[in-house]
Write a protein that binds this ligand. Structure first.
Ligand SMILES: C[S@@+](CC[C@H](N)C(=O)[O-])C[C@H]1O[C@@H](n2cnc3c(N)ncnc32)[C@H](O)[C@@H]1O
Length: 320
């Protein structure tokens, strides 16, 4: 499958194809940093799952009984090449991948307000290993295109989907910066865990508006700070030890940004405090996690002394 064939005429198709080819030429070089992930991808691509289930909390790719115990161990070894696994859970031929984030919890919060995904053209910006794309696949969209510039996550998704064979899912090494090539393209855009990393969040929202078809929807999830006032925190350096964090908004502030960017029907539908139940160290992500980012004496504060994060969820539409 080639995602270009699904895109409407409004997109800059020649530029998208030439950008894709440029990125492929770059990633296909035999450099250590690329081979590190390309080799396990090639090895895992030899296994095709007879059974795939994306409808439940754990995305199941392949039944445990389909492979011999030795083959299962080979699969497990290659899957471990993608450590640290940030998003999951997955079960791959019976190998349970318990990732840092319990991503099924985010999906459970989103699922009740999602528009019908069936037959839709969808973008998941910053899709990571595609956990949410697989969950979308259960609703039979026409295409979910993941934008993901990280080589590790790109090959991790490619590996999972080489085994799963979901023909309506695809990924490219694109960043959110490429959205301007996709004018009036997507029925739905997911932007989750990204906006606080953008130096110009309103510009980002305007780019998304341009990439949506009239009447299309943005599903927006972000790290936020608690509070009812329209404020954003702008950290000195890191926020919860994460560099590259610009504006961390309250829900009201993010709603105002959406309004200023031109979104209609803005719905701030969910907010919850972050917790170490949802983001934690596991065998598949053996490094620091949420509890290391938070003040040990006061869980209401980050290690830097800022308000501890919550997660905020909004939906908005482009006018018809
Ligand atoms: C905090 S994670 C969020 C992942 C997922 N969307 C979620 O909600 O769980 C941010 C993701 O954005 C990706 N990313 C980094 N720079 C990006 C860019 N310029 N455009 C799009 N995605 C980017 C990262 O590689 C990472 O997978």
């Amino acid at each position: 499958m080639n995602y270009f064939d699904f895109l409407p005429e409004s997109v800059a198709i020649d530029t998208i194809i030439s950008e894709h080819e440029k990125l492929q030429k770059w990633i296909n070089q035999d450099k250590k940093g690329f081979l590190r992930y390309r080799k396990p991808y090639q090895a895992l691509s030899q296994f095709t799952a007879d059974f795939v289930d994306c409808a439940a909390d754990t995305v199941i790719i392949g039944d445990s009984n389909q492979l011999s115990p030795d083959e299962k161990l080979i699969v497990q070894g290659h899957l471990k090449s993608f450590i640290p696994w940030r998003k999951g859970p997955f079960s791959v031929f019976g190998n349970t991948v318990d990732a840092e984030w319990r991503s099924e919890k985010k999906w459970q919060r989103l699922a009740p307000i999602l528009p019908d995904l069936r037959g839709k053209i969808i973008a998941d910006i910053g899709c990571n290993n595609g956990y949410y794309m697989f969950r979308m696949a259960a609703s039979e969209p026409k295409l979910v295109l993941g934008f993901e510039p990280s080589i590790q996550h790109y090959y991790c998704f490619k590996s999972l989907n080489a085994m799963a064979g979901c023909s309506n899912l695809d990924i490219d090494l694109l960043g959110i910066e490429h959205l301007n090539l996709f004018a009036n393209c997507f029925d739905i855009v997911f932007l989750m865990g990204i906006i606080y990393h953008r130096p110009s969040p309103i510009g980002t929202l305007r780019d998304i508006l341009s990439a949506l078809i009239p009447g299309g929807s943005l599903i927006l999830e972000s790290q936020g700070i608690p509070g009812d006032e329209p404020y954003a925190l702008f950290p000195d350096d890191t926020y919860a030890k994460v560099p590259g964090t610009y504006f961390v908004p309250t829900g009201k502030c993010l709603s105002n940004w959406m309004k200023k960017a031109g979104f209609k029907n803005i719905d701030f539908f969910c907010s919850h405090p972050m917790s170490a139940d949802e983001q934690r160290q596991t065998e598949w992500m053996p490094f620091e996690s949420y509890s290391d980012f938070i003040d040990q004496k006061d869980p209401q504060l980050t290690v830097e002394g800022y308000p501890a994060p919550c997660r905020i969820f909004l939906k908005g539409d482009k006018k018809e």
